[in-house]
Design a protein around this ligand. Structure first.
Ligand code: GCB
Length: 615
């Protein structure tokens, strides 16, 4: 069942995808919003696993189509009687969920194929309720069965999806089998080339969510976003969506602390728009990350979320938060847990990342290059850290294919849907470092416009690596910049190109829009010391950063900086023994939590009130 209001292009593309992709019966699933604020049955823990083996009971049949008569049936081998099966989940080893398989089983460290997961669970389904299997994220394609019945298919490794299991459940013991395929695909997003470890598996929380027959699946509550910032604005607006509610169903929204109590009525699409004045409202900001308890109810369903209210907009070359110009002191972060390694998916992982950001004196983080665990946005909401959130359109993508556009739009929908109520998220990024050609520019311009339609309250950005640097001049000959509200620029002067000192003399001519230096930096192995002209030393990394900082001071429309990257991260393509050992070493901090000199260089800049002009 679909609930997104689809644009004509998207609907067309979706149709196309459904006809071209053999396994894509319902690729883009209902997405429950605020699942972490519902009472759910956690299915985290130990799941039995088997590595897919063809032909046997493999995931894909000879024709490449998903095979339901596979391990999905969870049969057991006969000990007495006729020969039947040659697999058995019940005695198979286990993987912890949430978790990538790469860091749990040494033999699977570099595995990029299909792994089958199985677990038993008890359920007592009640009349008048529906049940959904909620999967926080599974990389990259997933197929799920409950008690042998296929309940969903999903493509995309970094956003949640929900599979309705109401008809498949029975009272007592049930089983769920999920096949996760981490195979890289030319027409996937990302495509085959990436600069990070392609972690596979059920990488985020899995739960069973029980809701009434008609239930709140989506909502949007935000400060009214007029054409100009209005001081004293206390109007809240948005919608509540109730899935399968008849037109005219009443919903209520209360925010007791802000004196808000209002009701609204669903239309024929199940959508109940509302607009209401708060009697008092403290706006969310990094200095005062105020969150309100927002309760939304409809019939037997009710959900209470923690929501902050703020206004974010672009005005000329400035970024305004609640009408006040801001400068974003940030860092890039991959979703790899510091110290313990593996995918970030626990409160402790998130707390470590935010402690580093606080120590850096950062107020901003770019979550590269895909949506991270929702815990990151929750923590940022509470801590007052602003977020750049991005979908994984990284470098080379099949921009010429309609079906890839459909996937990109689905990922955009899923990202915005999950996080639109998070005050910390202040911009959506549609891509990173894409090649500058007309096909890509048309694709991404359409995608940026789609993002703006889905959420007209936030600026749209992208990280571009298309600056033209020659001698002492730097320009941005990229038409895609016209489609953006905020322009991200990745450049590695002093590392991949030029010398660190070249940065001092560079004169940038840029569009009259806010610009974020979204990537810059150099590699250094923690503890490796030497002269500033010696690669891989902490001294050189710090030196490159110092010269970048010098350059940034001279770019009038620069409104933020995010060095690449906060913490060293695994990237199998980084192969210099003893220096890289499978890690991208541009981190300000090593993977085991040790701060390099470059960390203190950025920290000093971020503590200096003369660095970074909001105006
Ligand atoms: C980039 C990419 C990032 C890489 C980084 C690097 O421009 O956006 O994903 O990891 O450079 O280290 O080369």
């Amino acid at each position: 069942m679909r609930r997104f209001s689809l644009s004509v292009t998207y609907a067309f593309c979706l149709l196309l995808t459904l006809t071209v992709s053999a396994s894509a019966q319902t690729n883009f699933q209902t997405l429950l919003v605020g699942v972490d604020h519902r009472t759910t049955t956690s299915l985290n823990g130990d799941w039995h696993y088997l590595v897919d083996q063809a032909p046997g009971r493999a995931l894909y049949g000879d024709n490449g189509v998903v095979n339901d008569k596979s391990y999905a049936q969870n049969e057991h081998p006969n000990i007495v009687g006729a020969h039947n099966q040659e697999y058995d989940f019940s005695t198979a080893p286990t993987l912890h969920v949430p978790g990538d398989w790469n860091t749990q089983v040494p033999q699977l460290f570099n595995y990029e194929g299909v792994v089958w997961y199985e677990r038993d669970f008890d359920a007592q389904p009640k009349a008048g309720t529906r049940n959904f299997l909620h999967i926080g994220a599974a990389n990259y394609r997933s197929h799920a069965w409950v008690n042998g019945k296929r309940v969903c298919d999903h493509e995309g490794g970094y956003t949640p999806f929900d599979c309705e299991v109401t008809a498949a459940l029975h009272p007592g013991s049930n089983f769920v089998v999920i096949a996760v395929d981490a195979t890289r695909m030319v027409d996937g997003i990302p495509s085959v080339g990436i600069d990070w470890l392609n972690y596979g598996g059920l990488t985020r929380d899995v739960s069973l969510v029980t809701v009434p027959t008609a239930f709140i699946d989506d909502y949007d509550v935000h400060l009214a976003h007029g054409s100009a910032w209005q001081a004293g604005n206390t109007e809240l607006t948005g919608y509540v969506h109730v899935l399968d509610a008849p037109a005219g169903t009443a919903v209520t929204l209360t925010i007791p602390e802000a004196g808000v109590k209002t009701s609204a009525i669903t239309d024929s699409q199940g959508r109940a728009p509302f607009s209401v004045k708060a009697t008092k409202l403290t706006l969310w900001s990094p200095e005062s990350p105020k969150l309100y308890k927002v309760t939304i109810s409809c019939g037997a369903d009710s959900i209470t979320d923690d929501v902050g209210f703020r206004d974010i907009r672009v005005d000329g070359t400035r970024i305004l938060l609640n009408g006040k110009p801001i400068f974003l002191r940030g860092a890039n972060v991959h979703a790899e847990a510091p110290v313990r390694g593996g995918r970030t998916n626990t409160d402790a992982d998130v707390a470590t990342v935010f402690s580093y950001l606080k120590d850096l004196n950062a107020n901003f983080v770019r979550l590269a290059h895909y949506p991270h665990d929702e815990r990151m946005e929750r923590e940022a909401d509470r801590d007052g850290v602003m977020i750049w959130s991005e979908i994984p359109l990284w470098q080379h993508i099949s921009f010429d294919k309609q079906e890839v556009y459909a996937k990109a739009t689905a990922m955009l929908n899923e990202m915005i849907r999950r996080d639109r109520n998070k005050a910390s998220v202040i911009m959506w990024s549609v891509s990173n470092e894409t090649p500058n050609n007309p096909t890509r520019t048309e694709f991404l311009t359409n995608l940026a416009n789609e993002a703006r339609k889905l959420d007209p309250t936030r600026p749209i950005t992208s990280a571009l690596n298309t600056a033209h640097i020659e001698g002492t001049t730097a320009t941005l000959p990229d038409k895609f910049a016209d489609a953006l509200d905020i322009i991200g620029i990745n450049q590695y002067v002093g590392w991949y190109t030029g010398t660190p000192e070249q940065a001092d003399t560079l004169h940038w001519t840029l569009p009259e829009k806010p610009v974020i230096a979204s990537e810059f930096g150099a590699e250094a192995k923690f503890g490796n010391h030497g002269a500033t002209n010696q690669r891989w030393t902490e001294e050189q990394q710090a030196y490159v950063l110092e010269h970048q900082i010098k350059m940034f001071r001279k770019i009038p429309q620069l409104r933020g900086t995010t060095p690449w990257i906060l913490v060293d991260f695994r990237s199998p393509t980084r192969n210099i023994p003893k220096l890289q050992d499978g890690y991208n070493r541009k981190g300000l901090i090593s993977e085991d939590g040790k701060k390099k000199q470059g960390f203190f260089t950025m920290q000093k800049a971020y503590k200096d009130p003369t660095f970074g002009k909001p105006d």
